[in-house]
Design a protein around this ligand. Sequence first.
Ligand code: UDP
Ligand SMILES: O=C(O)c1ccc(O[C@@H]2O[C@H](CO)[C@@H](O)[C@H](O)[C@H]2O)cc1
Length: 533
Amino acid sequence: MALPLVDMPEENHVLLVSFSSQGHINPMLRLGKRLLSKGLHVTLALTEVTRDRMLKSSTESAGASSVSGIGVVFFSDGLSLDYDRKANLDFYIETLGKYGPVNLSALIRDRYHGGKKLVCLIANPFVPWVADVASELGIPCALLWIQPYAIFAIYDSFYNKRNRFPTVDDPDVRVHLPGLPLMTTQDLPSFVLPTNPFNAFMKLFSGFFQHLEKFQWVLGNSFHELERDVVDSLSELCSLRPVGPLVPMALLSDEQGGQDVGVEMWKSEDSCIEWLDRQAPRSVVYVSFGSIVVLPAKQMESIAVALKNTKRPFLWVVKPPEKPPADGAGELPLGFTDEVTDQGRVVTWCPQIKVLSHPAIACFVTHCGWNSMLETICSGIPMIAYPQWSDQPTNAKLITDVFKIGLRLNKDEGGTITSDEIERCIEEVMVGARAEELRKTADELKRAAREAAGPGGSSDRAIQQFVDEVTGGDGDDSGEYGASKGNCHEDQIHDEKKVDVEEEGGEGDRLSLHMVMDDATEVGPPGRTPSID
Ligand SMILES: O=c1ccn([C@@H]2O[C@H](COP(=O)(O)OP(=O)(O)O)[C@@H](O)[C@H]2O)c(=O)[nH]1
Ligand SMILES: O=C(O)c1ccc(O[C@@H]2O[C@H](CO)[C@@H](O)[C@H](O)[C@H]2O)cc1
């Protein structure tokens, strides 16, 4: 049975497809907004479990099939809504890779006349199979890379065996890639190390990097001035379009009233802003490890001791794990909050955008998730890197050696980050000549980020170039990042294969997406402890 066309197929319509986590959806939504402003019609396809999570946690009850002008549609990832995806990440990614393509393809055939009305699909890196759906339907496909291009360069080298990487037998191999500093094991993404426990990610990325030709463009949540050398070094490999930073508008301009789009999955404790209002300018240490990392009890203890010893005000986000582990991971030392009531605040989730733009914040002890890093760069705040998994170790290297806007916590001989080390770094980033230098560089980078995203800036031009290419518009074909390599769609044949799938959409496609208007309280899915370190 044909479904009603909720999104009327319009000329120049792009379909964005994102993995279900907040840190993945929000950059997509912001890209969508920028594409809308350039005259495209935009729809975002998410898995049904995303809708379910957002409905359950939403503070707003109004259902919506669009957010800020972006249509939203859903397809099934093949698992029941109550399946515990977090506890079975590998199985989840594999199942999504099996059923996602079939269900997405059916959705496109039903809603977009077999895909003929779509000018492009844009996929996120955790759903690279979208390129196969695009190919099957004869639609060009772009990727939105949501980590630094440095990670893209490392994965490309690793999966295509361009360099030697650490192995079980040779764990200390160092890696030198064009445009990047020399990297030791502690600087590489955890997925390329022999200790990586997440096999599904390995498979996902290896298939993807060995078939980059499936993507005609690689849009990136980064900006040219931030990663110039590595972007230039990759320009022969594929058509890069750095279009970031895809952060809330509130971080890109001092003017009030800019709108933002974002999904909310947790409620933040906004009272911490009133507490920040009472603190002196540049006095507060902000500590957060994002939506997914859960620190071992010993590391929680070190941070607690260090914060207490600095005697400086602090705001610490301690997000309770969804299923508390038996070993006390993620828990504060007993009695800690009572001991520090006059010194700091501990919250389960905060409005991070408001926090980072608050004048009281002095520095950020961060897990180095890329969204947090971009938000911090746009706020001009120096960082103390405490990376855990995935891209975070490399992001920490970028902070210290490339962007030069922060310090990294060093492990002692036993592999532990001690409270003394945390205290030392906090002092160094807050007082003295080094602190001055870091603040100055952070401020310069903040200005560069705003310029890149602003009208006529490098990212704005890259988006325009992409839009011109996708619509066959009259843009200059030899844009500054080179014309698209045209490697994905030109020789594809529109092939209408029959697929047998469960029906998608219909009346159920009503989503309570919270549109964040300049308040940017954006929260993510319930956390999980990845096996790290
Ligand atoms: O208390 C918090 C902690 C984090 N965040 C947001 O959660 C996202 C975290 O994404 P990131 O890529 O930094 O890390 P992940 O959680 O995906 O590991 C960022 O946009 C933060 O602004 C937030 O709103 N409140
Ligand atoms: O909810 C999940 O399944 C989930 C959430 C976050 C994940 O990875 C994070 O992604 C960020 C953007 O790519 C990255 O910068 C951060 O370091 C990661 O923790 C993965 C799964």
